[in-house]
Ligand binder design. Structure first.
Ligand SMILES: NC(=O)c1ccc[n+]([C@@H]2O[C@H](COP(=O)([O-])OP(=O)(O)OC[C@H]3O[C@@H](n4cnc5c(N)ncnc54)[C@H](OP(=O)(O)O)[C@@H]3O)[C@@H](O)[C@H]2O)c1
Length: 269
C-alpha cells in the first residue's frame, strides 16, 4: 500500500483529507510523528521517507513571499524520496500563488493543482470564527461576490487526485455553487445561528489597525491586508463546474454548510 504525506494534516483541509485516506495517510505538521516543519528543513527527510504521494498545503499562505521557494524545495525533496504524485492547495485568481504552482509542476512527477476559492470554514474554524461570535464581520472587501468553497468538497477532490487516475497534469478551479457577498454570508449565518451577524466594510488601513490590535503578528498583517484587497476585488466573481466534474455531484451550498456548522455548536454563545 502507498503512504501519502498530508501537509497541514492537522489543519482545515489536511485533517479532512487524512480522514478520507485512512491508514495510508501520514500527518505532516509540527505535531506529526515524525514532525514536519516548513521552517526546519532538517525535519523534511524523515517525514517524506517512503511516501509515494504528497498533499501540499503551505502555511501561512501559498501567495506570501518565500512560499514558492519552500514549496519547491519540499517538492524536490519529496521526489528524491520516491514520491510520484504531488497535489498542491493553491489560491484561485492569485497571481502571487503561481510561482509555487510552477515549482510543483517543475518537480518532475505527476502533479495536480487545486486553486481554491475562499473556504466557508474560515467562519467556523479560522480567523472569522471570533467575528461571527461577536456578531460583526469586518473586512476590507468590496461589495463583491465570492464563490465560497466548502472544505469538505476540496477534501473529496484532493482525495480523488491523490488516489485515483485521471487527475495528473490538471489545474482545477474549485468554487462553491453560488456567488455570495460577505453581507449575504452574514445573513446566512444569522439565519443558521438565530442571532444577528452583520458585515462591516473596512478600509485597508482600518483593517490593518484592527488586526494589529487583535494581536496578529506584524509580518502577517501587510500581506494579509493586501491579499484581501487583491483577491476580493470582484475578479473571482464567477463560478466553475470543476467540483461537480471531479466528484460527479454538485458542490455544497453555503446554507447547508452554515446549518451543519451551527448544529455542531461552534457558534453557540
Ligand atoms: N483559508 C482559505 O480560505 C484558503 C483559500 C484558498 C487557499 N488557501 C491556502 O490554504 C493553505 C492553508 O491555509 P489554511 O488557512 O487552510 O490553514 P490550515 O491548513 O487550516 O492550518 C494550518 C496547518 O498548517 C500547519 N502548520 C502551521 N505552521 C506550520 C509549520 N511551520 N510547519 C508545518 N506545518 C505548519 C498546522 O499544523 P501544526 O500547527 O500542527 O504544525 C496546520 O495543520 C494556505 O497556503 C492558503 O494560501 C486558503
Amino acid at each position: 500500500m502507498t503512504t501519502t504525506l498530508v501537509l497541514g494534516g492537522t489543519g482545515k483541509s489536511g485533517r479532512r483529507i487524512a480522514a478520507r485516506l485512512g491508514h495510508i495517510a501520514r500527518l505532516g505538521s509540527r505535531r506529526g510523528a515524525p514532525p514536519f516543519d516548513w521552517d526546519d528543513p532538517a525535519t523534511w527527510p524523515a517525514a517524506l521517507d517512503g511516501v509515494s504521494a504528497v498533499y501540499i498545503s503551505y502555511y501561512p499562505d501559498v501567495s506570501f513571499p518565500g512560499a514558492a521557494e519552500q514549496v519547491g524545495a519540499v517538492a524536490r525533496t519529496a521526489v528524491t524520496h520516491g514520491a510520484q504524485r504531488l497535489v498542491l492547495l493553491s489560491g484561485r485568481g492569485e497571481p502571487d500563488a503561481e510561482p509555487a504552482e510552477d515549482a510543483v509542476r517543475a518537480a518532475g512527477v505527476d502533479w495536480t493543482i487545486l486553486r481554491c476559492s475562499w473556504f466557508m470554514q474560515n467562519f467556523s474554524e479560522h480567523f472569522l470564527l471570533q467575528p461571527v461570535l461577536d456578531g460583526v464581520i469586518a473586512l476590507p472587501a468590496a461589495d463583491v461576490a465570492e464563490p465560497f468553497l466548502d472544505v469538505d468538497d476540496l477534501a473529496d477532490v484532493a482525495a480523488a487526485a491523490l488516489t485515483r487516475p485521471g487527475h495528473a497534469g490538471r489545474t482545477y478551479e474549485l468554487t462553491g455553487p453560488r456567488l455570495i457577498t460577505f453581507a449575504d454570508a452574514a445573513a446566512e449565518l444569522s439565519r443558521a445561528t438565530g442571532r444577528e451577524i452583520r458585515y462591516q466594510r473596512l478600509t485597508s488601513e482600518q483593517y490593518a489597525t484592527a488586526a494589529a490590535d487583535a494581536g496578529l503578528p506584524a509580518e502577517e498583517i501587510e500581506p494579509l491586508t493586501e491579499l484581501f484587497t487583491r483577491v476580493l476585488d470582484g475578479h473571482n466573481a464567477h463560478l466553475t463546474e470543476d467540483v461537480a466534474r471531479v466528484l460527479d455531484r454538485p458542490a455544497r451550498d453555503f446554507a447547508d454548510y452554515a446549518r451543519d456548522a451551527a448544529a455542531t455548536g461552534v457558534w453557540a454563545r
